[in-house]
Unconditional design. Structure first.
Length: 253
């Protein structure tokens, strides 16, 4: 087996939450290109099916499960559906996330709780459910954010708190499951990427972001997906408990 072969995901079953758009959809295409079949979870059923069709055009199998990860019962249904369809779960990508940009003195309890419920608790419920059935050699990848480590000039207390908590959750699940169960747990903290979210920024906002980034530009979804493939595959076999920052140098400025 060559070094490049270790990045393949042939025969693997990958569960991806938040797969109806954005990075989740890009992750689905990336793992399919690497040889995996995919269980796709999100709340928007129509867009989720669009992602599933992209995977199928690559010759891989995909099932779409309409679900809300903040509901533990939905998380159980996602994993059970994947097992029924494919017989195993090898990789979980906890990508589902929401955010607010509300000043802290005006943010309501409901707004704050919604972010925590989806970003943090949803990741935990899905990891907990998957962790019960995953075999040794499996991998869980939680999607954090550079806002776990820095700020970007917007009032994002709930989002930043949830993504910082993902770093701690990743570390603790890794120390519980890596040696005992053979399940590696890591996180990726993406920087600012060309996406639906950054498409709404005006020129001044984009300049502020890219001006603070050492590489002087936004990232691409593929540049985040390459880190995901590394952590999901045998190439990342000695990685556990780590948060990999992929941000073009944003957090060192």
């Amino acid at each position: 087996m060559t070094i490049l072969d270790t990045f393949r995901l042939d025969g693997r079953i990958v569960v991806i939450s938040g797969a109806s758009s954005g990075l989740g959809a890009d992750f689905a295409v990336a793992v399919a290109e690497a040889g995996a079949d995919v269980v796709l979870a999100a709340r928007r059923a129509d867009r989720l099916e669009d992602t599933a069709e992209q995977v199928r055009t690559l010759g891989r199998r995909a099932i779409a499960v309409e679900s809300d990860v903040s509901n533990p019962a939905d998380c159980e249904r996602v994993i059970a559906t994947g097992l029924d369809a494919f017989g195993d779960i090898h990789v979980l990508v906890n990508n589902a996330g929401v955010g607010t940009a509300v000043p802290a003195l005006r943010e309501t309890p409901e707004q704050f709780r919604q972010v925590i419920d989806v970003n943090l608790l949803g990741s935990y419920w899905l990891a907990q459910t998957a962790g019960r059935v995953m075999k040794p050699g499996s991998s869980i990848i939680n999607i954090s954010s550079i806002l776990a480590f820095t700020t970007a000039g917007l009032p994002q207390a709930a989002y930043s708190a949830s993504k910082a908590a993902i770093v701690g959750l990743t570390r603790d699940l890794a120390q519980q499951w890596s040696g005992r169960r053979g399940i590696r747990v890591n996180a990726i903290a993406p920087g600012y990427v060309a996406s639906e979210m950054t498409a709404v920024y005006d020129a001044e906002q984009l300049q502020a972001l890219t001006g603070r980034t050492l590489l002087g530009r936004l990232g691409t979804p593929k540049e985040i997906a390459t880190a995901l493939i590394w952590l999901a595959s045998d190439a990342g076999g000695y990685m556990s408990g780590q948060t990999v920052v992929v941000d073009g140098g944003f957090t060192v400025t």
